[in-house]
Design a protein around this ligand. Structure first.
Ligand SMILES: Nc1ncnc2c1ncn2[C@@H]1O[C@H](COP(=O)(O)OP(=O)(O)OP(=O)(O)O)[C@@H](O)[C@H]1O
Ligand SMILES: [Mg+2]
Length: 353
């Protein structure tokens, strides 16, 4: 039998769960990351290369040992992906990464596809910021356009008393986006898959609760979201997948505003935290689907087998582990991170409702 090997750029928990799904399917995973050694992903993988994403010799060697490649995060340097793309159709694809690496590009794409976004303006200097703040009515969020995650690189602002110079200095960036604050009823995420022939499908959406900018809990299929919003979200996420020529899977985070309007927040062209419930909840989890697509095995069924609740376990939640294990219905997942810090994602727990 011809055993396939997939390459995964990145060493975190998403890479770990892709590698585990691959192993269950008889597919080997090879991790490539600057901090690969001893990482959550490398611990469960067939092989690991520790090298910088700019190390071309290491990337060529990596490419010669794998049959397909994907990335567990969107900030892979475009050059590295271009190099790998000469060997195989890299996932999620150059355009998907290009768009997802920058919040302004994401929102501009959504807008161009007719998907509602919060009001937003580009901020590239202190002057831009003071001009935008002067016309601001109500609350807003100032975000770095690149490299933010788990609410990092974001400052909540309200017009009037804010000092543009201090804010701009605090953000430490060349480019930011000032977004109108959405007074949302709920947060919901959508997940689409798309194969190399352009066939697509969606997972059931998840309803999400964030605490301090970090995802705390997802319930799926989303219990309190109207069919109209679900339909609008599915249509939007499919349109985005097509527009960026997605190869793999892509999540879209959105708000449900007043009058059941769907409002775009951001995309992530990779497995998403709010779909970890699919490991227990779908015949084909998000991780299996990604492995299936990039190895050409064909997409699997993504219907939910019931309703599930997934809770993240941060460093400060680990004292609850004994209690979680005591309830045999809980599927506890830990990512193998040695150092538990407050706000750091250490694992998650999924339970069928
Ligand atoms: N314009 C907005 N209006 C209201 N709330 C917002 C807005 N933008 C972000 N938030 C809140 O902050 C959370 C994190 O924001 P966002 O998704 O932009 O950041 P992130 O750092 O990329 O987060 P993550 O990596 O966890 O997805 C959102 O899920 C939402 O709860
Ligand atoms: Mg987000």
């Amino acid at each position: 039998m011809n055993i396939k090997t997939i390459g995964i750029l990145g060493s975190g928990q998403l890479g770990r769960m892709i590698a585990i799904a691959a192993a269950e399917m008889g597919v080997r995973a090879h991790i490539f990351a600057p901090d690969a050694t001893g990482s959550p992903a490398a611990e469960v993988a067939f092989a690991a290369t520790q090298a910088e994403y700019s190390d071309e010799a290491a990337l060529h060697a990596f490419a010669s040992e794998i049959d397909a490649v994907t990335s567990e995060f969107e900030n892979v340097p475009a050059e590295a992906m271009r190099l790998l793309n000469d060997y195989f159709l890299a996932s999620p694809g150059a355009e998907a990464l290009h768009i997802a690496q920058n919040r302004l590009r994401e929102k501009e794409l959504a807008k161009s596809l007719g998907i509602e976004t919060p009001s937003f303006s580009p901020i590239r200097s202190e002057d831009d910021l003071s001009a935008a703040l002067a016309t601001l009515s109500g609350k807003a969020i100032l975000k770095t356009t690149e490299l933010g995650y788990d609410g990092k690189g974001q400052i909540r602002v309200s017009g009037g008393e804010m000092n543009a110079a201090t804010l701009w200095a605090d953000l430490k960036t060349d480019e930011a986006i000032l977004e109108g604050f959405v007074d949302f009823k709920a947060e919901v995420s959508f997940l689409v898959w798309r194969d190399s022939e352009g066939q697509m499908g969606v997972f059931p959406p998840a309803q999400n609760i964030h605490k301090a900018g970090i995802l705390a809990k997802s319930v799926a299929p989303a219990p309190d979201i109207s069919a109209i919003v679900i339909e609008a979200g599915n249509r939007a996420v499919r349109a985005i997948a097509e527009a960026v020529d997605l190869h793999g899977i892509l999540a879209m985070e959105a708000f449900v505003g007043a009058d059941d309007r769907l409002i775009f927040n951001e995309i992530a062209p990779r497995p998403h935290n709010s779909f970890h419930w699919t490991i227990e909840g779908c015949t084909t989890s998000q991780f299996r689907q990604l492995v299936r697509i990039i190895t050409g095995l064909g997409a699997g069924d993504t219907a939910a087998k019931g309703q599930y609740v997934m809770e993240n376990l941060l460093g400060e939640d680990l004292h609850r582990l004994d209690g979680l294990y005591a309830d045999g219905r809980n599927a506890v997942h830990l990512y193998g991170k040695a150092e538990a810090r407050n706000g750091r994602k250490m694992g998650h727990v999924t339970c069928q409702k």
